[in-house]
Ligand binder design. Structure first.
Ligand code: CP
Ligand code: NVA
Length: 313
């Protein structure tokens, strides 16, 4: 007889942005400020001493691995890296069995994988919280960092307009979920054939986003302009076609000029200068991509603290 799955009520996961409420995000942002300050002042903060994070990667990563591994160490715990290539995960062990076993030996699991259904199956058999470190559908840790970065630079994001230019990928879907939870608007412009799929994005409705055929119109007056690679991991076979289809969806200086005067530019990285963004923009004065990348570390430390210790005040 197979083991009974862990029910949703027994453990809290972060599998997509809408898993948390606005109040929970407010708490996370407050804790991020505290944790970041401690880090900057070289003050030890070890609330997760003796806790172990397991990080499972089925796709490549620089920022996600580094920020989770460094973050867990900085909180007093330790992190173990597993990948598909040299674990049984790549040899067909059922995800459900992996969830049972890995969660009996650790306190927290982060997974980067392909379909969202994989992480959901793992989580439903995990005794410990599971964090989405990117799936084909969502990238909630990145949007957590992006919104924290916006707040740090400009204050509340409520009521603001974010222009999403390019592919309706995992980043786009997560921005759309975040807009519903935190009450801002997203202006989306994708090439024909790459439009938002509301069901896949996991949206409650269509109140918080608008689609534009012309990327310049999407960017007009926006408070934040953001984009991502034209070809996400797992879709490499479409690369040649996408290079042609997305050619008019580059964020360039003209697009930043049509946005609000104090608009920011963000990109989750890695970026391809000359494709989705011009070098002038990503390396220019409106770009906050380095703060955005650094903030992965701080927001995820707050997230791990919350998932393991609850609301620390
Ligand atoms: N932005 C992001 O998730 O980067 P990595 O793929 O390097 O982890
Ligand atoms: N959309 C990109 C994000 C990489 C961090 C991808 O999934 O490859």
């Amino acid at each position: 007889m197979s083991a009974k799955p862990i029910t949703e009520n027994t453990v809290k996961h972060f599998l997509q942005f809408k898993d948390f409420t606005r109040a929970e995000y407010e708490h996370l942002f407050e804790r991020t400020r505290f944790i970041k300050q401690k880090f900057k002042a070289y003050q030890q903060y070890w609330p997760l001493q003796d806790r172990t994070l397991v990080m499972i990667f089925e796709k490549a990563s620089t920022r996600t691995r580094l920020s989770f591994e460094a973050g867990m160490q900085q909180l007093g715990g330790s992190a173990i890296y597993l990948n598909t290539r040299d674990s049984q995960l790549g040899r067909g062990e059922p995800v459900e069995d992996a969830g049972q076993v890995i969660s009996r030996m650790s306190d927290l699991v982060m997974i980067r994988t392909f379909e969202q259904s994989i992480i959901e199956r793992f989580a439903s058999h995990s005794r410990v919280p599971v964090i989405n470190g990117l799936t084909n559908e969502y990238h909630p840790c990145q949007i957590l960092a992006d919104i924290y970065t916006y707040i740090e630079q400009r204050g509340s994001i409520q009521g603001k307009t974010v222009a999403w230019i390019g592919d309706s990928n995992n980043m786009c879907n997560t921005w759309l979920q975040a807009a519903e939870i935190l009450d801002f608007n997203v202006h989306v412009s994708t090439p024909p054939g790459y439009e938002v799929e509301a069901e896949r994005a996991g949206l409650f409705g269509a109140d918080h986003y608008e689609e534009f055929a012309d990327p310049m119109e999407a960017a007009r007056g926006a408070d934040l302009v953001t984009t991502d690679v034209w070809t996400s991991m797992g879709f490499e076979a479409e690369n040649e076609e996408r290079l042609k289809d997305f050619a008019d969806w580059q964020v360039d200086a003209d697009m930043m000029r049509i946005a609000a005067k104090d608009a920011l530019f963000m990109h989750c990285l890695p970026a391809h200068r000359g494709e989705e963004v011009s070098a002038e923009v990503i390396d220019g004065p409106q770009s906050v991509v380095w703060d955005e990348a650094e903030n992965r570390l701080h927001v995820q430390k707050a997230l791990m603290e919350y998932l393991l210790l609850g609301k620390v005040v």
